[in-house]
Design a protein around this ligand. Structure first.
Ligand SMILES: [Zn+2]
Ligand SMILES: [Zn+2]
Length: 341
């Protein structure tokens, strides 16, 4: 089903505060219109983001300590309109379901703070390329649960690292990973976009080459393939051997010819502690790793990437707000904006 989704904030005349948020969906093939209330009692007196402060497509992975709904306030603290979270503890299998109250609180906080884009980073435990049928079944259930949490919260993107072909059979791994992504998308329902992240490629981790990612996408069932996109992580591709420092144009041309920019829905902007081709997945502050400033300057000024959300996953240090504001300031500086602090 293809269509148009709009959210309307309905303010009743005569009421000083209080409004209802409506979800309106127009199915463009049948011309049918669905309307349902999303939230009622949105507090208009509550502080809202200044329209000009949600100024770009930059953001960071932020903590959800105390509840996922708190992520939006944390985005505002670093002047970001784009945010990435874990919807659960990423190192555990336990899959919490989202209560109606938690979902409503998440949506209300998002609306109040004007967060434009939310990404969920999947748990690190599932392995959709595992040759072990039990681990595969468990991984499938975990991914379906992750997507269902995204649907409940109204999160539009879920990003996941491709699996590990631990038996060394990458060809089988790629096929299985792709087929399972299709299964996950069908079982979970909703319209969340599944983003395959580029990896640093240690051992038999799949997805360290653009070609492997392209192969995986081509093997996802056709009926759900439009819901699959790619997240390019600058640290991972450099560690995988793509020289963003000396050959930015060449690397981007290779991405475009193998995968195509139309599939690129997210960038993870991380400098790399590991050297080119080291396969080490160790993030560093922007400009302070092996990548240095230049590749990030190119990315920030690259018109093809202008509207692609960009998320920092750089070390937070003692104070996450200070660290993220500093790194976002460096990136924004390339566009002539003064650093945030
Ligand atoms: Zn990443
Ligand atoms: Zn990483």
């Amino acid at each position: 089903m293809y269509g148009l989704e709009v959210r309307l904030l309905v303010i009743q005349p005569g009421l000083e505060k209080g409004a209802t948020e409506l979800f309106v969906y127009v199915d463009t093939s049948t011309q049918e219109v669905y309307v349902r209330p999303v939230l009622s009692g949105v507090d208009l007196a509550a502080p809202r983001r200044q329209p000009d402060s949600c100024r770009d497509e930059l953001g960071a992975h932020v903590s959800t300590t105390g509840g996922c709904q708190l992520a939006h306030g944390r985005a505002v603290e670093i002047d970001a309109g784009v945010v990435q979270i874990f919807t659960k503890q990423p190192q555990r299998w336990a899959d919490p379901t989202v209560s109606a109250d938690a979902a409503a609180a998440f949506r209300a906080e998002r609306a109040r703070h004007g967060v434009a884009t939310v990404v969920s980073h999947a748990s690190y435990l599932p392995n959709l390329a595992s040759p072990d049928p039990e681990l595969l079944a468990r991984s499938l259930r975990a991914e379906v649960a992750e997507l269902q949490r995204c649907v409940a919260y109204g999160i539009e993107y879920m990003v996941e690292h491709p699996g590990n072909a631990t038996d060394g059979d990458r060809k089988r791994g790629l096929r299985q990973n792709a087929e399972t992504i299709g299964q996950v998308l069908r079982e979970a329902g909703g319209d969340v976009t599944f983003l395959i992240e580029t990896t640093a490629g240690a051992g038999n981790v799949l997805g360290s080459s653009f070609k492997e990612i392209a192969t995986m996408i081509s093997l996802v069932a056709e009926d759900v393939r439009h819901r699959v996109g790619v997240c390019l992580d600058t640290c991972h591709v450099y560690a995988a051997g793509y020289d963003l420092v000396n050959d930015y144009d060449g690397v981007m041309a290779r991405f475009d010819s193998a995968i195509g920019f139309q599939r690129l829905k997210l960038l993870h902007l991380n400098d790399s502690q590991g050297a080119l081709g080291s396969h080490r997945d160790r993030h560093a502050w922007i400009g302070e790793g092996q990548l240095g400033l230049e590749p990030f300057r190119r990315i920030m000024l690259d018109e093809r990437l202008r509207h692609v959300p960009k998320i920092l996953e750089t070390p937070k240090g003692k104070d996450p707000v200070v660290a993220d504001r500093r790194n976002l300031g460096v990136l924004r500086g390339f566009r002539g904006n003064p650093p945030a602090d």
